[in-house]
Design a binder for this molecule. Structure first.
Ligand code: ARG
Length: 487
C-alpha cells in the first residue's frame, strides 16, 4: 500500500482536485489523505450489490421521468457491461476514486459518456452505501444459513446413528451421568437452530431499503422509493432518511448472530479436541481435516477444530469493533462508518470456513463407542440412579437417598470397584432397604433408558428429537441403521 504513498513533506497537497467532488477545492488531496480515505481495497467486495442498486435507481429515475429514457437505457446497459468486466477482470483499485461507488461511476462515464453523470441524480453515496451494505449482509445471512443447515444435517445423521451409544455426561468436566452420544450431538443441533433463528430475525429487520434517503434529508426529486425497494427485494423503504443513512444496527445484529454461532462452534470444537486426545480417545477426526507434526511422526493434530475455536475470537472481535466504531456518532453519516465493512467481511469469511470445517468434522469423524461406554462406566456415573431407586422403590426422601448413595460411592472408591460391582451385603450394610433389584438400575444402559422425560437422554427421546429435526430440515429419507440394517 505504502508504495502508492509517493508524495511526502512539502509535496503533499499538490495535484489536481478530485473529479467527483473537487468543484470547490483548489488542491488535490495529500498522499496521506488519499490513502486514509480509500476504501476501494475492501469495499470492492460490494460491486455486485452496487451495480444492482444503481440499475434499480436508474430504472426508477427513468420511470419517474427524472431522466430521459435514452439516458436510462444507456446507464443500465453500461452497468451491465461493467458487471461483466468486473466478473472477468476484477475491480480496478484506484485510490483517487476512493470507493466502489466512484470507481463504477467513473467507469460508466468511460463507457457511455456524459449520461453517466445523471445516475447520481436524487442519490448520495450515503444512501448508496447503506443500500449496498444491507444487500451484501442479506446475501451473507442467506449463505451462512445454508451452511448451518448442512451442519445440522450432519449432526442429525450422526445423532440418529448414535442414539443408543453411551458416553459420560459431564458437569464441571467431571463425570456426572451417562448420556447418549446422539443426545450430546442434538444439543448442538438445538444451538444451531437458534443461531439460524437469530439470523432470520436479523434479516427480517434488515430488509428495508435506504435508497432515496439521499445524503441525509431525502430529495426534492419526485422519486419512487417503493419501486426501488421492490426491485431490490426489500419489504419496504426505510421510514426516516437520517436513520437510514446513519445506522448500522443491521450489521451489528448480523455480527451478534455470527458471534453467538461462532461461540457455539468453539464449544463443539473444544469438545472434539478433547475427545480426539489420547487420554479420551473418543473420536478419530478425519485425516482430511487434521495435520501432522514436522518433528513428531506419531502426531495427528486437530488443527481445523483448533482454528474454529480460534476464529471465534476474531468473529467476536468484529462485533466489538463495529460497536465501538458506532458508539457516540452524531446523526447522520460520518466517515467513521466507512470502517463498518472490514469487520463484517472478515466475520463472514471466517464463519463460512468454520461452518464448513465443522460440518466436515462431524460428518467424517469415527466415534470410538467402546471407549466412550467404558468411560461412562467409570466415575460412579450411575450414583444418581441409585439415589433415584431408593426414592422410587424404598420411599426414601431424595436428600436422605443422596446421603446413602454417597456412602455407597465412598465404599466403592475404597474397594476400587464400580457401583454395580459392590456386593449386595455391603450395600445392605449401608442401608437395609436395598435389595437385589437395585442392580438393574445401576447399569449405564438402564440409566440412560430411564431418562425418558421430554428432552432427556433416553434413546427413544433422542430418536423422536431426530425425527422432528429431520422434518424441520426437510430430510425425509431414513438412514439404514434406522431401518435395522447394519452398515
Ligand atoms: N465509501 C464511503 C463509505 O463506505 C461511502 C460514503 C461516502 N459518503 C460521504 N459523504 N463521503 O462510507
Amino acid at each position: 500500500m505504502s508504495s502508492e504513498r509517493d508524495m511526502t513533506g512539502s509535496e503533499q497537497g499538490k495535484g489536481s482536485a478530485n473529479q467527483m467532488w473537487g468543484g470547490r477545492f483548489a488542491d488535490g488531496p495529500s498522499a496521506i489523505m488519499r490513502e486514509i480515505n480509500a476504501s476501494i481495497p475492501f469495499d470492492k467486495a460490494l460491486w455486485r450489490q452496487d451495480i444492482d442498486a444503481s440499475k434499480a435507481h436508474a430504472a426508477m429515475l427513468g420511470a419517474a421521468g427524472i431522466i430521459a429514457a435514452d439516458d436510462c437505457r444507456a446507464i443500465i446497459g453500461g452497468l451491465d457491461q461493467i458487471a461483466a468486466e468486473y466478473e472477468t477482470q476484477g475491480v480496478p483499485e484506484n485510490w483517487d476514486l476512493e470507493d466502489i461507488h466512484m470507481t463504477t461511476e467513473a467507469r460508466l462515464a468511460e463507457w457511455i459518456g456524459p449520461a453517466a453523470g445523471r445516475l447520481h441524480t436524487a442519490r448520495s453515496r450515503n444512501d448508496q452505501v447503506a443500500t449496498d451494505f444491507r444487500l451484501w449482509v442479506r446475501d451473507a445471512i442467506d449463505e451462512l444459513d445454508r451452511g448451518l443447515a448442512e451442519l445440522q444435517r450432519a449432526l442429525v445423521s450422526r445423532a440418529s446413528e448414535h442414539a443408543h451409544s453411551i458416553m459420560p455426561g459431564f458437569t464441571h468436566l467431571q463425570t456426572a451421568q451417562p448420556v447418549t452420544l446422539g443426545h450430546h450431538l442434538m444439543a448442538y443441533y438445538e444451538m444451531v437452530r437458534r443461531d439460524r433463528g437469530r439470523l432470520g430475525d436479523a434479516r427480517a429487520r434488515l430488509n428495508e431499503s435506504p435508497l432515496g434517503s439521499a445524503a441525509l434529508a431525502g430529495t426534492g426529486f419526485p422519486i419512487d422509493r417503493a419501486m426501488t425497494a421492490q426491485a431490490l427485494g426489500f419489504d419496504r423503504p426505510t421510514a426516516n432518511s437520517l436513520d437510514a443513512v446513519s445506522d448500522r444496527d443491521f450489521a451489528l445484529e448480523y455480527l451478534f448472530a455470527c458471534s453467538t454461532c461462532a461461540l457455539h462452534l468453539s464449544r463443539l470444537a473444544e469438545e472434539l479436541i478433547l475427545w480426539a486426545s489420547q487420554p479420551f480417545g473418543f473420536i478419530r477426526l478425519p485425516d482430511s481435516l487434521s495435520t501432522g507434526s514436522s518433528i513428531m511422526p506419531q502426531k495427528k493434530n486437530p488443527d481445523a477444530a483448533e482454528l474454529v475455536r480460534g476464529h471465534s475470537g476474531r468473529v467476536i472481535g468484529s462485533l466489538t469493533s463495529l460497536m465501538i466504531t458506532m458508539k457516540g456518532l452524531p446523526l447522520a453519516y460520518s466517515k467513521d462508518m466507512q470502517d463498518d465493512k472490514p469487520p463484517v467481511f472478515e466475520a463472514a469469511g471466517l464463519m463460512a470456513l468454520s461452518v464448513a470445517a465443522m460440518t466436515g468434522m462431524i460428518a467424517g469423524s469415527a466415534f470410538n463407542t467402546d471407549r466412550m461406554r467404558a468411560a461412562a462406566e467409570l466415575g460412579y456415573a450411575t450414583a444418581t440412579d441409585l439415589a433415584d431407586w431408593l426414592v422410587r422403590e424404598a420411599g426414601i426422601p431424595f436428600r436422605e437417598a443422596h446421603h446413602i448413595t454417597g456412602a455407597a460411592v465412598k465404599l466403592a472408591e475404597h474397594k476400587g470397584v464400580a457401583l454395580d460391582a459392590l456386593e449386595l451385603a455391603d450395600l445392605q450394610k449401608i442401608d437395609a432397604r436395598i435389595d437385589e433389584r437395585v442392580y438393574a438400575a445401576l447399569s449405564v444402559d438402564a440409566s440412560v433408558t430411564a431418562r425418558a422425560s421430554y428432552g432427556g437422554t433416553a434413546p427413544a427421546q433422542v430418536m423422536s428429537q431426530v425425527a422432528r429435526a429431520r422434518r424441520e430440515l426437510g430430510m425425509h429419507e431414513l438412514g439404514m441403521h434406522e431401518l435395522g440394517v447394519n452398515e
